[in-house]
Design a protein around this ligand. Structure first.
Ligand code: NAG
Ligand code: NAG
Ligand code: NAG
Length: 420
């Protein structure tokens, strides 16, 4: 009896154990199934993005720079580019009044050359391009694999006929200068480089130029280039060179840098999305980068140049609808995201985090802003407008002088007694 009883208890104990195990297993697999599916999706995406490198360079900031053979770059995943012959140089380069090598800023306004951090540890060979390797954690920070490398919301500042709801709804704030009402074939600016503080990881701060085509509808075309700090996209607070393009107002097409097929890079020295260094310091050394984007009048491609020496590559004309012809608006300036849930304004900084009236060495600037006109020359633009949603948070102030041509100071601290 005692034996039977204990035997019954034993088997009951065994059944309990088996039950507990079954429950545990089903919990585990319930938890694991979607996870592994996501992991698989992430791995597949990484395999698509990260091509087999010819050489790999470890950057001091933790980035891995892969030197990818020119013809293996992400652009050539695009079905339309299967038989594409890479253009090794633009057929045309616009010239203008401000030759960088001749612009001798007054000693007070001296600025310094700038480079990319990974250069400290090596170079990419000829016929390769440097590509910032995407890591698993980069993709996992995005809301979904599909959204990785894409903008979350429409965020084009739409100055004159601005739909206030659209702009304020998305929480994007701008302080920009712009021109419209003509046909534009490119734009140029020299942009002061800072490392603005970002209050929370899902916010960003950037300074860039926008080449825009079409109305501000669902089919807006945009080419963008500049510097940004974006913890979500890169996993740190470093200031990075970036580009963006879309042909449908940030919906299905386009992405940052080389994170989708589109931009064709030819340069082996500058990596999209890599940190730029050094950055400017308040009342101290100032650094700036110049960016030129222009349309090749022969091939129709939109080319990009970084500094005086680096022609990075081009966006093929067929990626776009309106921009296949020309741009209808150019914007230069800063943008941040205000994602404060508690109704308070973010303390994320734009530019240097200081208002325009502080001037050189304290406030961030764009200088020598120019457009490429119908005769494919660089020109100082006429009738420049400015726009900001709330000048007490971030402001913009235009100026004009011999060395700097048309310029403006922009930015601000975000939340302050006048901006809550
Ligand atoms: C590429 O070229 C090959 C051979 O000329 C041709 O058969 C193929 O259709 C082309 N593909 C595209 C996408 O144009
Ligand atoms: C955006 O919202 C702020 C305050 O929330 C307001 O002061 C500003 O006028 C709005 N801007 C536009 C363009 O609607
Ligand atoms: C980025 O800066 C914020 C504050 O400005 C800080 O809280 C955060 O830890 C920084 N992130 C990294 C990865 O350094």
């Amino acid at each position: 009896m005692a034996e039977q009883f204990s035997g019954g208890e034993k088997s009951r104990g065994l059944i309990m154990k088996v039950l507990v195990m079954l429950v545990l297993i089903s919990f585990a697999s319930a938890a694991r199934l979607p996870l592994s599916r996501q992991k698989l999706e992430v791995r597949k995406h990484l395999n698509r993005l990260n091509k087999t490198p010819v050489k790999t360079i470890q950057s001091p900031d933790g980035d891995i720079i892969d030197c990818i053979h020119l013809s293996h770059q992400p652009a050539f995943d695009h079905p339309f580019l299967k038989n594409h012959t890479i253009q090794r140089r633009p057929s045309y380069h616009p010239e203008g009044p401000f030759d960088e090598s001749k612009v001798s800023a007054t000693p007070k306004q001296r600025t310094n050359p700038i480079t990319q951090l990974w250069h400290a540890n090596g170079k990419c060979p000829e016929n390769t391009i440097p590509v910032r390797r995407t890591k698993e954690e980069d993709v996992l920070r995005a809301s979904s694999v599909k959204r990785y490398g894409k903008k979350k919301l429409r965020s084009i500042p739409k100055p004159r006929s601005a739909g206030p709801d659209l702009i304020n709804e998305s929480g994007h704030r701008h302080a920009i200068a712009y021109v419209e009402g003509d046909k534009y074939y490119g734009a140029k600016a020299t942009i002061n480089v800072w490392e603005p503080r970002i209050q929370q990881p899902n916010e960003f701060s950037l300074s860039q130029l926008w080449i825009l085509g079409g109305s501000f509808g669902e089919d807006l075309n945009s080419i963008e280039a500049g510097w940004q700090v974006s913890p979500d996209l890169y996993g740190d607070n470093n200031t990075r060179l970036f580009t963006y393009w879309t042909s449908d107002a940030y919906q299905a097409t386009g992405c940052y840098n080389l994170l989708c097929s589109g931009f064709i890079q030819i340069n082996n020295e500058i990596a999209m999305g890599a940190s730029i260094s050094p950055v400017s310091a308040y009342r101290n050394s100032q650094y700036d980068i110049s960016i030129l984007v222009w349309k090749d009048p022969k091939e129709g491609n939109w080319w990009m140049q970084f500094g005086n020496d680096y022609v990075l590559g081009y966006w093929p004309s067929f990626l776009f609808s309106y921009l296949a012809d020309s741009a209808s608006m150019i914007e230069w300036g800063g943008e941040i995201v205000n994602s404060e849930a508690d109704g308070q304004h973010t303390t994320t900084q734009m530019g240097s985090g200081h208002f325009p009236d502080e001037g050189f060495g304290k406030s961030s600037y764009f200088r020598n802003i120019q457009i490429v006109d119908g005769s494919n020359n660089l020109k100082t633009p006429k009738d420049i407008g400015t726009f900001t949603e709330q000048s007490n948070c971030y402001d913009v102030q235009l100026g004009n002088n011999g060395d700097w041509g048309h310029f403006f100071y922009y930015g601000g601290p975000g939340r302050n007694p006048k901006c809550q």
